[in-house]
Design a protein around this ligand. Structure first.
Ligand code: AMP
Ligand code: MG
Length: 362
């Protein structure tokens, strides 16, 4: 990732390794102090690493946008230590919010609710709603609790690029721009939270993520799915930050969808055609696909077995980073279906492809 000229003030980025056993309380206390003083702290959540600031401090929040080069129209998620703190940042909380909190918090579900006026417009991109979640990761939990303030935190990467699932990914993008990284090892879910709007007539998934549609429907009966990037980027964006081109590797990515055998055939043909033209080609596959491509002059990476979508989600961004590191020019990625976490994986790959999706007929 070539460093973009940074015209902000350089900061010395410190890194604290947090091991779960010793649970370094003094380090967490220092990180909390940085947040209270208006600084920027990257920390692990169960989904991806977040870049945190005091959500009630407009200047601190502006620092997040500057460090990430994130456009002001893309709102941030506010992280709380527990559901009981919801009234600190939202008003008019419907009963269904408490039901969902009881089922899924702490965990990778973000709820969009009416904003309390104390939450500065910088957090909500000027909107009257605010996105809120309670993360499960023990480091995130401890940090928010110790800070004693709600923590606004988008993913800790440069805007539009691959989300960070390891402390070194954060440093690759943001070293010199933020004050501190809490290194708690690789994250366990690997894709971002599910964003669910509760200000729509029917609860609506704005972004599929770590909590599946099926799990939400088990509790709510029915949820609407906001037509994702696959269908088109037209019209008013219900989720202001839901852009078609996002989560992108440096290489050009093409997503293939269809029945696995036919899909993989078409991918192999296209990969060999590109190779014959002198293009360095990478493939994002399932483990069981590797044998089909063995011996071919292609860069192969498997994110996990196709039937273990939790593993695929966990490895997704790191696998794309590896393909970038292998300096491939084009990545052909396979789809993993729409069941469970498959929907979130498809969403991220569709955006990484900037909508360049090939539907293979069998
Ligand atoms: P990130 O934390 O970088 O994954 O980005 C947070 C995402 O949450 C944004 O890009 C939006 O898609 C979504 N989001 C945050 N706040 C709101 C909101 N008030 N209404 C709808 N979507 C939101
Ligand atoms: Mg992000």
């Amino acid at each position: 990732m070539g460093l973009v000229a940074w015209d902000g003030e350089m900061r010395r980025t410190r890194v604290f390794k947090i091991d779960f056993q010793g649970f370094a309380e003094p380090l967490i206390a220092q990180a909390a102090e940085v947040l209270r003083a208006g600084g920027l702290v990257a920390f692990p959540t169960e989904t991806v690493y977040g870049l945190g600031a005091n959500a009630l401090d407009a200047d601190a929040v502006k620092g997040i946008f500057a460090a990430k080069e994130r456009p002001a129209y893309d709102p941030l998620i506010v992280h709380l230590a527990e559901a009981a703190e919801l009234p600190q940042v939202t008003v008019g909380i419907p009963p269904v919010a408490w039901t969902l909190a009881a089922h899924f918090w702490p965990g990778p579900l973000t709820l969009v609710l009416p904003r309390r006026t104390e939450v500065p417009p910088e957090v909500t991109a000027g909107g009257e709603t605010v996105a809120v979640r309670v993360p499960l990761h023990p480091v995130a939990q401890a940090l928010i609790r110790a800070a004693g303030v709600p923590v606004a935190a988008p993913s800790a990467n440069r805007f539009g690029q691959l989300s960070p699932t390891r402390a070194e990914d954060v440093l690759a993008d943001l070293e010199g721009r933020i004050d501190l990284v809490l290194d708690g090892g690789p994250t366990s879910v690997g894709v971002e939270s599910t964003v669910l709007s509760l200000v729509t007539p029917v609860p609506t998934i704005l972004r599929p993520g770590g909590v599946s549609r099926e799990a939400l429907e088990n509790v709510l009966g029915f949820v609407e799915l906001f037509p994702g990037p696959a269908s088109s980027g037209q019209g008013a964006l219900a989720s202001p930050g839901s852009l078609l081109q996002h989560y992108a590797p440096r290489a050009k990515l093409i997503l293939y969808r269809g029945a696995p055998a036919a899909m993989l055939d078409v991918m192999r043909e296209e990969a060999l055609r590109l190779h014959a033209k002198g293009t360095r080609v990478g493939l994002l596959l399932a483990e069981e696909d590797l044998a089909l491509f063995a011996g071919l002059p292609l860069i192969l990476r498997a994110a996990g077995p196709a039937e273990d979508l939790e593993e695929v989600a966990r490895q997704l961004f790191a696998t794309l980073r590896e393909l970038d590191a292998a300096e491939v020019r084009v990545i052909l990625a396979r789809d993993f279906g729409s069941a469970g976490l498959g929907l979130a994986i498809r969403d991220r790959l569709t955006r990484a492809a900037g909508g360049h999706v090939v539907a293979v007929q069998s």
